[in-house]
Structures are given as C-alpha cells and as structure tokens.
Design a protein around this ligand. Structure first.
Ligand SMILES: Nc1nc2c(ncn2[C@@H]2O[C@H](COP(=O)(O)OP(=O)(O)OP(=O)(O)O)[C@@H](O)[C@H]2O)c(=O)[nH]1
Ligand SMILES: [Mg+2]
Length: 380
C-alpha cells in the first residue's frame, strides 16, 4: 500500500486530519509519464519557496515509473504521492489531490515545467492581498505562450470564446482555462467538484465559493521533456464539461433560443427567396436582397419578444436603435464568417464546407455575445 493510500484512509474531503502538522501551502501536481521532469520540478519549487509547503503528486499509474520515482524523491522533498490505478484525467486528478492536501492555500500546476515554479510566490502574494483565487494568466499584458502552432492558438482562442459565451460568470476573467493557479482552501471546501477533461479551474470558478479573483501574467513555456497528453479526446471532454457546467446557467437557455431563432431566419430567407423568384417571378438577386432583410427583421422580432423577453419594450426609438444595432452586429458576423471560411480553407487546407461550419459557428457566437452586451444590454 502506498504512503498516500494509508494517509487517505478514513479521511473526509478537505478536512484536516487530527494531529496533522499544519502546512501552509499544498502544491497539487497531476502527472502522467512525467518522470524526466520531476527532479528539476521539485528542485525549482523548493528554491522558489521560503515557507512550509507540501507537494501532492497525483499519478495515474504512469508506465515510465513517475509515481515510484516521486516516492524516491520524497526522501529529499516534502512530497506525497497519490497512486491511482487508471488514467482518469487531469482535472479529476487535481480534485483528488485537494482531498489529500493539508494546507490553507492550494497551488495547482503541471509537472512538465511549462508552468514556472518561480511564479508560485507571485500567486501566493495575491492571496495574501485578500484575493480568493489567483490565476497565472496567458492572456493579460506580459503573459503569453511559447512555441504554439497557429492551430493550437486557434483552438485555444475558440475554447476561450466558447466558455465566455456559454458561462457568463467567467466572462470577466482573461484566462479561465489556465492550469496554473492558487486558491484558498475555503474556495473548494464545500464545493462538489466533478470535472471531466482538463479544465479544473473552470470547474472551480463555476462551483467554488469566492469573491475576488486576481490574474498575474505568465508565459506558458514550451515542453522540454516528455510528451503532451492533450488529444482530441480532451477536446471532446472539454465540450462535455462545458455542457455539464452550462446546464445550470440561464444564459445557455438564451443561447439555445438565439440559435433556434437564427435557424428560423434561414428558413424564412430560403422560403421567401423561392416564393418571390418562382411564384412572383422576380429576378433572383432582387428576391435575395428582400428575403435577407425580411429574415433579419423576423429574427429581430423573435429575439425581441422571445430570446430577450425580459428586455421587451414598446418605445419606438429604443426599438429602432436595437434594430440598427442588430443589423450592424449581423454585418460583423458576416465578415467573421467570411474571414474564418477564407483562413481555414486557404491557409489550413480544410474542405470549404467544413470551414464554413466553423465560420457559421464563429459568427453565431459573435452575434450572440455582442447582441447580448450591446443591443439588449443584458447585465451580468
Ligand atoms: N494524473 C493525471 N495527470 C495527467 C493526465 N493527463 C495529463 N496529466 C498531467 O497534466 C499536466 C498537463 O498535461 P499536458 O499533456 O502537459 O497538457 P498541456 O500542458 O495542456 O499541453 P502541452 O502544452 O501540449 O504539454 C502534466 O503534468 C501531465 O502529466 C491524466 O490523465 N492523469
Ligand atoms: Mg504540458
């Protein structure tokens, strides 16, 4: 039986065990085949901290012997190893780590040195300023990513856009998908974390109890040793996770309504185009201009009376201004659609109909987000 399996016996979630020496900082590190990074990782963590700390390493039975090697290193550094039998994912590994942590402050970071241990004191300083969560952010000034391909940048951008659209609660946070952050124990003490995939911070930001969030800039470094475990499966898990978290959010229902209205607009557009051209005998380009404008109008009316129902007004001036804004946002959406279609097809060699699906997706997200903020001014 491993050391941690012994420690974990009879232990409640997040409760300090009696007689445990109180340590201040618990650093939770999920690992899967990271043996080559451990020595440097723990040396640099140790050099960066001048207070009591513990590392909780949660390993999913790595074939390269990460778990066993970490046990060896625990003679030199304050490491506790949690051995799990199967690969159950990064986020669930961190949630598991919280259960074994004894500090008041939890720090979460990767083992592969892409998260510089030297940044930990900056995160902790933020918590000392009465912030509840401190995020190492790639997307604020002086933050960034090293050695990322255009594709990785694009998927990260889409993932960020998606989460901010679907989960308004994280909209004001620049990097809610970061894997490097610190938090007070209280934030997750009562929360029922049940994440899937990679994004444990997202789970915490939705389910945790906190008031103040700080972000400190950091550069997400390139990997030196070992392989990335990020795969298509993690992307799918991310979507599943988003869906799970969004079910309780009112904004998701609104987003679905907005999509349905958009779909009805497509039907109105096509139906009118056919009627005017085939039945009324108009030239098809004239019919198209007319049917596009009518479908925009019908979309506007449905959104006004259904999607943004609580904002309904009969003041003509407000209605006209909304209609104008709705049209303007729609033009922006069209440009985004075209830009995505062109970029994916020309630069990434993706089949144009597939590119168009991404284009439509990006335009819908844009239209929904900007109309919510600007046209109907929904407060968060
Ligand atoms: N316990 C556990 N750890 C995991 C699992 N998948 C990934 N990890 C660890 O989580 C951290 C981040 O994984 P990476 O594969 O580096 O993901 P990433 O940093 O987002 O992606 P790259 O930039 O491509 O490296 C590393 O410390 C991994 O070893 C898992 O299923 N279980
Ligand atoms: Mg990595």
């Amino acid at each position: 039986m491993s050391e941690l399996n012994r420690i974990s016996e009879g232990r409640n979630n997040f409760e300090l065990p009696k007689g445990t020496k109180m340590k201040n900082i618990s650093i939770i590190i999920p690992t899967f085949n990271e043996k080559g990074n451990l020595q440097e990782l723990f040396r640099r963590i140790d050099n960066s901290l001048d207070c009591a700390y513990e590392c909780i390493l949660v390993d999913d039975n790595s074939a390269d012997g990460t778990g066993e090697f970490a046990e060896k290193l625990s003679r030199k550094y304050p490491i506790t190893v949690v051995h799990r039998k199967n690969k159950r994912g990064l986020a669930s590994a961190v949630a598991e780590g919280f259960k074994h942590a004894s500090g008041n402050i939890f720090v979460v970071m990767d083992a592969d040195l892409q998260h510089s241990p030297e940044k930990i004191p900056d995160l902790i300083k933020e918590l000392e300023k009465e912030r509840d969560v401190a995020i190492a952010s790639r997307y604020i000034e002086s933050g960034g990513t090293e050695k990322w391909s255009y594709f990785r940048r694009l998927t990260s951008y889409i993932a960020g856009f998606l989460v901010k659209t679907i989960l308004p609660r994280v909209r004001r946070i620049s990097d809610p998908l970061s894997g490097f952050f610190a938090l007070k124990r209280e934030v997750v003490k009562e929360s029922n974390l049940d994440p899937c995939g990679y994004k444990i911070l997202l789970e915490i930001l939705i389910k945790g109890s906190y008031e103040e969030v700080a972000e400190v800039p950091f550069i997400f470094k390139g990997r030196k040793t070992g392989k990335s475990k990020l795969s298509l499966r993690e992307e799918v898990d991310y979507l599943k996770h988003l869906y799970k978290l969004s079910k309780s959010e009112k904004e998701t229902i609104r987003f679905l309504k907005f999509c349905l209205v958009g779909l009805s607009g497509v039907l109105v557009n096509l139906g009118l185009l056919w009627l005017l051209t085939e039945v009324a005998g108009w030239f098809y380009q004239i019919s198209a201009v007319f049917s596009i404008e009518i479908s925009i109008l019908s979309n506007f009316i449905l959104n006004e009376t259904w999607t943004f129902r609580e904002k309904r007004t009969s003041a003509i001036k407000v209605l006209l201004s909304r209609m104008l804004k709705f049209n303007t946002v729609g033009i922006g959406g069209l440009l985004i659609n075209m830009a995505v279609l062109f970029t994916l097809t020309e630069f990434f060699g993706i089949y144009y109909l597939i590119s168009e699906m991404f284009g439509i997706g990006a335009a819908v997200l844009w239209n929904f987000t900007i109309n919510t903020w600007w046209t109907w001014k929904v407060k968060r």
